[in-house]
Design a protein around this ligand. Structure first.
Ligand code: C2E
Ligand code: CA
Ligand code: CA
Ligand code: CA
Length: 278
């Protein structure tokens, strides 16, 4: 969780002392973030490539720092992780995403799931299952509508307990996606042991999927392997028609990216979803 710790606040200040000060300030601001409504979720559609319909939505967190403005999750998630604040924020994220899905379902939008990212500290937390159950109960959303996105590296930290946790999710009916697939580990044998439902091909491969032979090879191999293992496969970072067509032609199940929509607030998402047709 320490990786990238330095770069987290170097954007704010080049002076060392000021950096240390701002790190403490930022921690305090993050800590107050929920009460002060400085965290918001944005939503990005996930499209079924074969029938072109809206399938699900991924929730992504944003933080508006009172002084510095919009901060990227790549900057503040490591700070939340280091300080443990992620547990509290993570619960808020789950509850907010599920309540939003409930509202959309009540409005009549057809959305099959909301995908929520979990970080390492959340996944290791012994109260994770409890807080997931609580968020489901509070929102009135059935477990089958929740999808959790986990990275490979997080699952491989402690495979025994990861398998146990994944089995509990599966028993509850919650689906699990391996996020950033292909960027973490070269050994694929872990896929045999983890009861997961889908693989998400990282956007770094999708970027070159119509031009770079290596990216094409990795993407096609991932789609075929996922299907051979009975898993769904989703591509993130789809930015243009060529990428979309390539993925569709090669049997990829689902796509997400700027080509369809950037992550947007819930009001804009409602509008997007009611007018979307491909
Ligand atoms: P991720 O889960 O791999 O999310 C994908 C990132 O790609 C998002 O960045 C998204 O905005 C961006 N993206 C979406 N479509 C495109 C596209 O077509 N092209 C390009 N170039 N990028 C695209 P974002 O929102 O800045 O999030 C960055 C990372 O921060 C996420 O990577 C995830 O690891 C983490 N994160 C975001 N929200 C949460 C959260 O609620 N909880 C946790 N634990 N982590 C989060
Ligand atoms: Ca994700
Ligand atoms: Ca990714
Ligand atoms: Ca990621």
């Amino acid at each position: 969780a320490k990786a990238g710790g330095k770069s987290c606040y170097s954007v704010f200040n080049s002076n060392m002392h000021a950096e240390a000060m701002s790190r403490l300030q930022i921690e305090a601001e993050l800590n107050r973030g929920i009460e002060q409504n400085n965290f918001v979720l944005v939503y990005q559609p996930q499209i079924d490539l074969q029938n072109k319909a809206l399938l699900g939505v991924e929730a992504l967190v944003r933080f508006y720092h009172p002084k510095y403005g919009l901060m990227s999750p790549l900057k503040f998630i490591p700070i939340l992780e280091d300080t443990g604040i992620i547990i509290k924020i993570g619960e808020w994220i789950l509850q907010t995403a599920l309540k939003q899905l409930k509202k959309w379902q009540d409005e009549g939008l057809s959305i099959k799931h909301v995908a929520v990212n979990l970080s390492a500290t959340q996944f290791r937390n012994k109260h994770l299952l409890e807080s997931v159950k609580e968020a489901l109960t509070m929102s009135g959303v059935a477990a089958e509508y929740l999808e959790l996105e986990l990275t490979e590296s997080l699952l491989l930290e402690d495979t025994e307990s990861a398998v146990r946790t994944l089995k509990q999710f599966k028993d509850m009916g919650i689906r699990v996606t391996i996020d950033d697939f292909g960027t973490g580990y070269s050994s694929l044998s872990y896929l045999r042991r983890f009861p997961v439902d889908s693989l998400k091909i990282d956007k770094s491969f999708i970027k070159g999927v119509v031009s770079e032979p290596e990216d094409i090879a990795i993407t096609v191999a991932t789609i075929d392997m996922a299907h051979a293992l009975g898993l769904n496969v989703i591509a993130e970072g789809v930015e243009n028609e060529e990428q979309r067509d390539f993925l569709r032609d090669h049997g990829c199940d689902c796509a997400q990216g700027y080509f369809y929509s950037p992550p947007i607030n819930h009001e804009d998402f409602s509008k997007w979803a009611t007018t979307y047709r491909e």
